[in-house]
Design a protein around this ligand. Structure first.
Ligand SMILES: *Cc1c(COP(=O)(O)O)cnc(C)c1O
Ligand code: SF4
Length: 345
């Protein structure tokens, strides 16, 4: 894997050269910086949408208002490396590394801190916990990025999960198709295919991330029979416009990825400069629904603080007056609709 190298004074690769300022150094000492050659090459100019997602910003250190773990993941962790918030599904944190450390990451407190993947004992403990809880039907591999593990470690984890009869589906959350598409190899796809039903949720945030390479990586996964979803984070100055979101969401469908969630930015310390108002998110959803393919419209969700879970929110398009609904169409027209029931009622 090839990473952009940066020495003490400049960060450099084919596409960018930038001074390593004192601010850069201070931020990266607290929140690690890493980018791939591939991802850095997507930067067209300083402060564009790709740059903002991966280059450190001094505002990360200035934001003291938020909590490092607002979703209370620590409290919901019965054994190390496992988060159990909903009755039927758990998240396994199998890696704390990523090809690129996104500046807005919700697990900013964890990623890049030490390079060790989940240890052998932790994995055993997590598998034992899942085996002892028959209500768990859906296991989500996350991190960090699970596809930063080598094929052997991945096989070990997936084999362990498939040995538990009540685990119906396995999901992998990964930004590797976006930031390090060369990791998606035919060998990796052949490996993953052995563990179906297996889903991959990837993480595209901007149309500039949809390239021949990331498209080819998604095609390899899709050809292995893996349904592909996408989780986008709504980011100020990156993708907070209807036009950008339309282009992103329809572009994803064209590479066989189904938009799944649009996330309101979590209240995580060090990320405040990326946060938009919820009203902005609602306006964007209103600009998608009906205007582009319904397949391209994600659920807009707020992941509530305190581990209360995700809540999907919609623009206010319905008013109920007894048996009459006043509905707002995608063009803004007001239409009444009779909620007709059977005569006996
Ligand atoms: C998001 C999340 C899930 C998965 O939620 P879905 O709505 O099923 O995609 C599961 N556990 C935790 C802790 C989560 O944050
Ligand atoms: S790839 Fe995901 S886990 Fe890794 S830094 Fe980016 S948002 Fe965080």
């Amino acid at each position: 894997m090839r990473y952009v190298t940066y020495n003490t004074s400049t960060i450099y690769n084919k596409s960018i050269t930038t001074e390593i300022s004192d601010d850069f150094r201070a931020v990266s000492a607290r929140y690690p910086v890493r980018l791939t050659d591939y991802y850095a090459a997507l930067i067209k100019r300083p402060a564009d949408a790709i740059w903002k997602q991966c280059m450190p910003d001094v505002r990360e250190l200035e934001d003291r208002s938020q909590c490092p773990d607002p979703l209370d993941e620590k409290a919901l962790s019965p054994v190390p490396g496992l988060i159990h918030r909903y009755p039927d599904r758990v998240v396994l944190l199998v890696s704390n590394r990523c090809p690129v450390y996104c500046r807005f990451c919700m697990r900013k407190r964890l990623v890049g801190n030490g390079d060790a993947p989940m240890g052998k004992n932790e994995l055993r403990g997590a598998l034992d916990y899942i085996a002892a809880n028959p209500s768990v039907h859906d296991v989500i591999l996350s991190g960090g990025d699970p596809l930063m593990l080598d094929d052997e470690s991945l096989t070990k984890i997936l084999t362990g999960l498939r040995a538990i009869p009540h685990v119906a589906i396995i999901r992998i959350g990964t930004r590797v198709p976006v930031t390090l598409p060369e990791r998606i190899t035919p060998d990796l796809c052949a490996l993953l295919k052995r563990f179906h039903p297996l889903y991959v949720n990837t993480h595209f945030n901007h149309p500039d991330e949809i390239t021949a390479d990331s498209g080819a990586a998604c095609a390899l996964l899709a050809d292995a029979g893996i349904p592909l979803g996408n989780q986008t984070v709504l980011l100020k100055g990156v993708n907070d416009s209807v036009e950008t979101m339309r282009s992103l969401m329809t572009g994803l469908l064209a590479i066989r990825v189904k938009p799944y969630y649009l996330h309101q930015m979590d209240l995580v310390r060090g990320t405040a400069h990326f946060r938009t108002r919820v009203s902005t998110g609602l306006e964007i959803v209103r600009g998608l629904r009906g205007h582009i393919s319904g397949l391209a419209v994600p659920h807009y969700v707020i992941d509530l603080p305190g581990g209360k879970g995700k809540v999907a929110i919609l623009p206010d398009d319905v008013e109920i007056r007894g048996g009459t609904l006043l509905l707002r169409t995608y063009t803004g027209e007001r239409i009444t609709y009779q909620d007709i029931t059977t005569p006996q009622e």
